[in-house]
Design a protein around this ligand. Structure first.
Ligand code: 3PG
Length: 403
């Protein structure tokens, strides 16, 4: 495949000072704060191996401010060491401590900077030329010869660490970004139907917006919903009262769009028909009327059965986001039934996002699913046909590099 941006094949990186942005945003146990899955770290290995004769500084985010998984990158550094890389960690991003450590990196070494979202300016989303003015970019770019973006999972975010450096440094895509774009391009090239989207998990505000855009493309025949996304739509459809909105961040802004989607695409959107809640520390499967204000923690058996049959009969399935609170084993059942159905489906199947991907691997389904993508939101954005921000930024950099 010919890419519209430059890759590691187009530049000389041996002995060079290379800043690389990766997405190693991992699932984290909300209680112990330990990383529970390292597949996104394993996915960047090829790029790091190719850069083994360069001075590498690695930049990444983990979680969002205020979320349970908003933690330091020390554990990620240890995971890189466990994979055989000569990696060390510095608890700083672009201050004096970080700059000094960066100046000491030798060929074959990897220095991991602190979670880039500990810097507030990273959270601003704006065009590349604007986020390039953030201190993060201005302080760090003079210390490097090359910027490599291998953060496919965050490819839909126009933030300083992701697109800012592309305006001031020669910039190329890493091997994971190449692989994801190549695979997703071929998986979406088919015009076969029925085409099913399985959408769940949290990040509800983002997902509702992107669902609206994706439905407007007429690609989707069935959108089966679960998790907090499903809860939002159940409230929007008045199947459950608004009091169930408490765990949904951004409910007020998302519910209006959810109502519009229900009105415009009532034949496509498929909602849960029953639930699983926690009662006396155990899973209780029930009708909505029996939930008694306990949070919706998983799809119930009637819903799972319906979703399984839709998925098995599909020609194409894209899945992002778990059906319930899968971190607790009792509420992982809906997600695991959906994933098994995806593995049984004979069509093209893509599972995306840290959580769903990790669970598919845990269930050893990787050889029965067409592609397990490291991207969740990025993959769904890719499906809308709009160019990902990461790609736009790398294309502009390629033009500058060609003079
Ligand atoms: C993801 O997990 O989808 C990516 O790491 C991006 O994270 P974000 O949605 O918090 O930007």
């Amino acid at each position: 495949m010919n890419f519209t941006f430059k890759t590691l094949d187009d530049v000389d990186f041996v002995g060079k000072r290379v800043l690389i942005r990766v997405d190693m945003n991992c699932s984290v146990d909300p209680e112990t704060k330990q990383i529970t899955d390292t597949s996104r770290i394993e996915a960047i290995q090829q790029t790091l191996q190719e850069l083994q004769n360069s001075k590498v500084v690695l930049m990444a985010h983990q979680g969002r401010p205020g979320s349970d998984d908003f933690i330091s990158l020390e554990q990620h550094t240890k995971a890189l060491r466990d994979l055989g890389f000569n990696a060390s960690f510095i608890d700083d991003i672009f201050g004096e401590k970080a700059k000094e450590a960066i100046s000491k990196v030798k060929d074959g070494e990897i220095l991991v900077l602190q979670n880039v979202r500990y810097f507030d300016g990273e959270l601003r989303k704006a065009p590349a030329s604007e986020v390039a003015q953030e201190a993060l970019v201005q302080e760090l770019f003079p210390l490097f010869d090359l910027f490599v973006n291998d953060a496919f999972g965050a490819a839909h975010r126009s933030q300083a660490s992701l697109v800012g450096f592309t305006t001031v440094l020669p910039s190329v895509a890493g091997r994971l970004v190449e692989k994801e774009i190549r695979t997703l391009t071929s998986a979406t090239a088919t015009d076969q139907h029925p085409w099913t989207l399985v959408l769940g998990g949290s990040k509800v505000e983002d997902k509702v917006k992107i669902l609206d855009k994706l439905l407007a493309t007429d690609r989707v025949d069935n959108a089966v919903l679960g998790g907090l996304v499903g809860t939002l739509f159940l409230i929007a459809a008045k199947d459950i009262p608004e009091s169930y909105s408490k765990p949904i961040k951004g409910f007020e802004s998302a519910v209006g769009t959810a109502k519009e989607i229900l009105q415009n695409y009532s034949d496509v959107v498929i909602l849960p028909q029953d639930a699983a809640v926690e009662r006396n520390n155990a899973r209780l499967e029930c009708e909505f009327s029996e939930m008694n204000n306990s949070p919706f923690l998983d799809i119930g058996p009637k819903t799972a059965e319906k979703y399984v049959s839709i998925i098995r009969d599909s020609a194409v399935v894209f899945a992002n986001g778990p059906m319930g609170y899968f971190e607790k084993e009792a509420f992982a059942e809906g997600t695991s039934r959906v994933l098994s159905a995806i593995a049984d489906c004979e069509g093209i199947t893509v599972v995306g996002g840290g959580h769903m991907g990790a669970m598919a691997m845990k269930m050893s389904l990787e050889n029965r699913i067409t592609h397990i993508s490291t991207g969740g939101g990025a993959t769904i954005n890719f499906l809308t046909g709009k160019k990902l921000d990461l790609v736009v930024a790398l294309e502009a950099s390629a033009k500058r590099m060609d003079g």
